[in-house]
Design a protein around this ligand. Structure first.
Ligand code: MLT
Length: 408
């Protein structure tokens, strides 16, 4: 008899964004004439930067020719891309990361979901609430939690992000082994200062813990005093793995290219307390289960680090952040409290009512899709997340409709 992994039965019925997509599709079916504007899932809408497109075309031409054709590439990524990443994303900001510590992949979602395979099932995990659902769900699938009760999985330490702490959780009061952090945060858009991040690095060093730092939204940081990488913090190389993505920073959601940074000093321990370097373990996993990102995609990604590529990618960020400014201004006018939107494409709004009720009302009255905060955890209830990823025209139109529906 084939038996299933029963931990899957503990999961909530469906993945948040699939659930929303289904609700929106049902609404559209019943209201075929309604023009729906999507500010829900953080998916980019603008075309790829011209430098990436040119590199893509050239790489496709190389693939068409026997003399320049590429078959399997290095699982970890081509040296030309790893070197460009190490130099531009880290070294230029004083973070000591080398090319062979970069593992190129097809998404930060996969990497943040897969990394937990390296650790035992009885570790204590600290996970933020609200949180990007992938961190939680992948640990549920692996059997590291109990059942879901009263909005929470048993056995986890939840790091609450609330108005009281400005959505930057405090250190756990009990010992934990694995800590998920995401800044600028998805979903709240909150940011962390260097001093605050240092307290987490110090905690991890003292407790022989590991931080999984999701920096997928670092390119939206406008405040130069904020850290873009955890490796800007002293001591982080020993206790932190960082995840990055070109999805939002360069419009690659449909193109797929991301990377994980595993410094060579970063360690975990066996039951006897012996130290093992994670770099080798992750490399082993990567080579066993992944065959590399396609050559044209890696060429397109490397082009983002050229001088013109950097300017063009920055223009994309500025475009979406102009939308974030419009959304923030609308919330100010309507008197809604929010965080995010200043150094993040997400605006986390206190909706002053149940999140799903706000979602339904916004869809029904304004034809605008947001993401209900409750889908990101118990602390998200009462909030909605508005994404700045859409055209200027659609965001302005959405905000005008929202103002008309919700003012007064
Ligand atoms: C989001 O909307 O939270 C993200 O787009 C989801 C993702 O990056 O997987």
């Amino acid at each position: 008899m084939i038996t299933i992994n029963e931990h899957y039965l503990k999961l909530q019925a469906s993945y948040l964004f699939s659930d929303i997509a289904k609700r929106v599709a049902a609404f559209q079916k019943n209201n075929p004439d309604k023009d729906i504007i999507k500010l829900g899932i953080g998916d980019v809408t603008k075309g790829l930067p011209p430098a990436a497109i040119k590199a893509f075309h050239e790489a496709i031409d190389e693939m068409a020719n026997d003399a320049t054709f590429k078959g399997y590439g290095p699982e970890q990524g081509y040296e030309f891309l790893r070197a460009a990443i190490a130099e531009n994303d880290f070294r230029s900001r004083g973070a000591d990361i080398s090319a062979d510590e970069i593992f190129v992949s097809d998404g930060a979602k996969c990497d943040t979901g897969n990394i937990q395979e390296l650790f035992t099932n009885d570790i204590k995990i600290a996970i933020p609430d609200p949180v990007y659902p992938v961190y939680l769900d992948t640990n549920v699938m692996a059997g590291r939690t109990g059942f879901f009760e009263d909005g929470r999985y048993q056995g986890l330490v939840y790091l609450e992000g609330t108005k009281v702490n400005n959505f930057v959780p405090s250190l756990p009061t009990e010992d934990v082994d694995l800590i998920y952090l995401c800044f600028p945060n998805n979903p709240t858009g909150a940011t962390i200062s260097k001093d605050e991040l240092k307290t987490w690095v110090d905690y991890a060093r003292q407790h022989k813990a590991l931080i999984l730092f999701d920096a997928a939204y670092e390119s939206f940081i406008r405040d130069e005093s904020l850290p873009k990488s955890i490796y800007e913090i002293e001591g982080a190389r020993e206790v932190a793995i960082e995840f990055r993505s070109l999805s939002k920073s360069a419009g690659f959601t449909g193109t797929r290219c991301a990377f994980t940074v595993v410094p060579k000093e970063c360690a975990a321990y066996d039951r006897a307390g012996n130290k093992h370097f994670i770099h080798g373990l992750w490399n082993r996993r990567h080579c066993t289960k992944f065959n590399g990102v396609s050559y044209p995609v890696q060429r397109a990604a490397a082009a983002i680090y050229s001088e013109e590529g950097k300017v063009q990618a920055k223009a994309l960020i500025d475009y979406y952040m102009a939308n974030a400014d419009v959304i923030c201004a609308t919330m100010d006018q309507l008197g809604y409290e929010y965080v995010g939107g200043k150094n993040s494409p997400y605006i986390w709004v206190d909706g002053k009512m149940d999140s799903w009720a706000f979602f339904d009302r916004l869809l029904a009255t304004a034809g605008v899709v947001c993401t209900p905060g409750a889908g990101f955890g118990k602390c998200g209830n009462g909030y909605i997340r508005i994404s700045a990823f859409n055209s200027h025209e659609k965001v302005k139109e959405a905000m005008a409709r929202l103002s008309a529906a919700f003012s007064g």
